[in-house]
Ligand binder design. Structure first.
Ligand code: ADP
Ligand code: MG
Length: 296
């Protein structure tokens, strides 16, 4: 064909289900030497489910009341953990009380007012400090994380009211994709996640990732990318969430996962995986390298 190599590569990438937004993006894909993968919604399917509902003594809530309260606060959030909580409440046929004053903090969780009381739902590491006077919240969190769960804490008027244990499944092509990317770049991909270290390492070991950076806020993901770039590396970030958008923007090239991805991640990324196949990523890195050899 007479089409310039990078344009044919864009067309070929499209056949793999990857939308490259520009010729520059297509060209940069082949230059990367570090791949950083987000966990929830990227390495995993992004449809986590609530496995455990653990009310804490003191708040006086039973399982159903705890779940209804958490779901009411999570209802406006598009985070996969929020959807898990709302779905769990629906499956149990719970009526959600009305929530007002919703606020969300990326990488931390959500807050709202429910029936006149303040409800916070989110990361135990971020929410649990002085408020856990008798240590029962921390014990419950630690026990759930040891089982590979993402523990989500519920605070009622600033006091621990319960903990939810949430777990997700690896994407079926996660291990093969990690291996292919390691082969292409000569370095095993790095896992960047806001989740707890225990759950992150457990999942990483299943796909043979050893470099795990956990407990990260969105700006920490950016800092990791910037420090690699400052060392002369070219970083590919793959993510799905609102919380990944700053790192997608900071990277040499950012790829968002399209089906589950947030609008902000899709807008920020240089390329979008339209079908839900991680394995398309090493395939398009290869396409880019081939095209660049043809550009003279
Ligand atoms: P990841 O980097 O794995 O995609 P996030 O950065 O989105 O994870 O979230 C990091 C942590 O923040 C979660 O493990 C959870 O503890 C907490 N969190 C963030 N958003 C929410 C939410 N809507 N509901 C509950 N917890 C949340
Ligand atoms: Mg994510």
């Amino acid at each position: 064909s007479t089409m310039p190599p990078l344009l044919s590569a864009i067309a070929n990438a499209g056949r793999h289900g990857v939308l490259a937004k520009s010729a520059v993006a297509m060209e940069r894909l082949g230059q990367v030497d570090i791949v950083a993968l987000d966990k929830t919604g990227t390495l995993t399917e992004g449809t986590p489910r609530v496995r455990d509902v653990r009310p804490l003594p003191g708040a006086g809530l039973d399982e159903r009341a705890l779940l209804a309260l958490a779901a009411a606060a999570e209802h406006p959030s598009e985070h996969p953990l929020a959807r898990a909580v709302v779905d769990a409440a629906r499956e149990r046929g719970l009526a959600l009380p009305e929530a007002t004053g919703f606020a969300s903090a990326p990488g931390r969780g959500v807050a709202a007012t429910v029936d006149g009381r303040s409800v916070q739902v989110g990361s135990p590491a971020r929410l649990l400090d002085a408020c856990d006077a008798d240590g029962s919240a921390l014990r419950t969190v630690t026990a759930l994380e040891a089982e590979g769960r993402t523990a989500v804490l519920v605070l009622l008027d600033g006091e621990p009211a319960g903990v939810l244990g949430i777990a997700d499944r690896l994407r079926p092509d996660a291990a093969a994709t990690v291996a292919a990317l390691a082969e292409l770049t000569g370095r095993s991909p790095v896992l960047l996640t806001g989740d707890n270290d225990r759950a992150a390492r457990r999942l990483a070991s299943e796909v043979e990732i050893t470099d795990v950076r956990s407990g990260l806020l969105p700006q920490d993901k950016v800092a990791a990318v910037r420090s690699w770039e400052a060392e002369g590396h070219r970083v590919l970030v793959v993510g799905d969430g609102v919380n990944d958008a700053p790192a997608l923007a900071a990277a040499h090239i950012g790829i968002a996962l399209g089906r589950a991805g947030s609008d902000l991640a899709l807008d920020t990324a240089d390329a979008v995986v339209v079908r839900d196949e991680l394995a398309a990523i090493p395939a398009v890195v290869n396409l880019s390298r081939t095209a660049r050899r043809l550009v003279v």
